[in-house]
Design a protein around this ligand. Structure first.
Ligand SMILES: C[S@@+](CC[C@H](N)C(=O)[O-])C[C@H]1O[C@@H](n2cnc3c(N)ncnc32)[C@H](O)[C@@H]1O
Length: 306
């Protein structure tokens, strides 16, 4: 497998830099640090970064990869949910003279998370436990959900968060399997088999039959939409109370649920005369980027200037 498949390639990097416009010596929040692809470019401009990631492995790797920037006080790493951003910044302000110039969100999972061997994010990792927690301090794993929710709730979840049109058939099969052998639902392979049976294998389709089911579970396990809803107003408030000039709020969404929240929130900022959309339409990846990084296919960037 080549490098592009195994390590995270940041999406829309040029477009993020244009929208965020990082300035030397100013502070930016990278709410979703991942492998630090965006942060690295922001740091190269001489700006400072306060980075959030609730995944222990992302933070541990970052400590190794960004030793110099951490030692120079150019990068502050926080293992924290971005939904607690406001409290974290308040805490930092006790010891640092800090005005935030911009906040960046790049939602979803990193390639490292998807490819990691023991976390159960991918339907290709058949022998793994169906876990899917990005933050291992969270209480409920994906396999727990399959055992806890009733058939109706399962179907609703798969339809609403994955857009899975065969949600009811899949939910029925999950419940049947649970009656026969509940512990088998701990394994990725059991869910993949269930989905393939319920949907048919859909050979020749562009995406794997289980893609939507896995997406729905991941969103729920990590409360992805709830976190975005909580964090966007906090990011706005941090920027509104900052004395910095030329402030920017930038977000990259990968699916409809995320993008709807961003789009609605940003439009409201403009309607309330608190800021201005930098582009009327979401920015998407160029043909050239798609050629190198197919993951950028569904990325949509929106930005406001405050
Ligand atoms: C798409 S990746 C970001 C990639 C990053 N921009 C880069 O260039 O490497 C999303 C990252 O955000 C983290 N993340 C997702 N939701 C989070 C949340 N609520 N709080 C903190 N980190 C979160 C994930 O653990 C993952 O590492």
């Amino acid at each position: 497998m080549n490098q592009a498949n195994t390590s995270h390639q940041a999406v829309l990097v040029k477009e993020v830099l244009e929208a965020l416009d990082p300035q030397k010596g100013c502070y930016y929040i990278d709410a979703t640090f991942g492998r630090g692809g965006h942060s690295r470019e922001i740091l190269k401009r001489g700006a400072k970064v306060i980075a959030f990631d609730f995944d222990k492995q992302s933070i541990e790797t970052a400590k190794e990869l960004f030793k110099k920037e951490i030692a120079n006080d150019q990068l502050i790493l926080l293992r924290e949910n971005f939904s607690k951003m406001q409290d974290s910044i308040k805490n930092l302000k006790k010891s640092l003279d800090l005005e935030i110039s911009g906040v960046l969100f790049d939602f979803g999972t990193s390639t490292e998370q998807l490819m990691s061997k023991e976390r159960g994010f991918s339907f290709e990792a058949q022998e793994e436990t169906l876990d899917m927690r990005m933050d291992d301090r969270l209480g409920v794993r994906a396999c727990d959900l399959l055992k806890l929710l009733d058939e109706k709730q399962l179907a609703k979840m798969l339809f609403e968060y994955g857009g899975e049109t065969d949600a009811r058939a899949i939910a029925r099969k999950i419940v049947e399997q649970r009656k026969k052998d509940p512990s088998s639902l701990d394994l990725v392979s059991t869910l993949v088999e269930i989905v393939e049976q319920a949907k048919g294998r859909h050979y020749g389709q562009k995406i794997h039959a289980a893609t939507k089911t896995f997406q729905a579970l991941r969103i729920i396990v990590n409360d992805e939409l709830g976190n975005i809803e909580t964090a966007l107003p906090q990011a706005l408030q941090i920027l509104r109370t900052s004395k910095a000039a030329n402030k920017r709020l930038v977000a990259i969404a990968f699916h409809e649920g995320e993008d709807r929240l961003v789009k609605t929130f940003f439009k409201q900022i403009e309607a309330d005369n608190l800021g201005k959309l930098i582009n009327k339409k979401a920015i998407t990846a160029s043909e050239e980027e798609l050629h190198h990084n197919p993951r950028a296919r569904s990325a949509k960037l929106r930005a406001v200037a405050l």
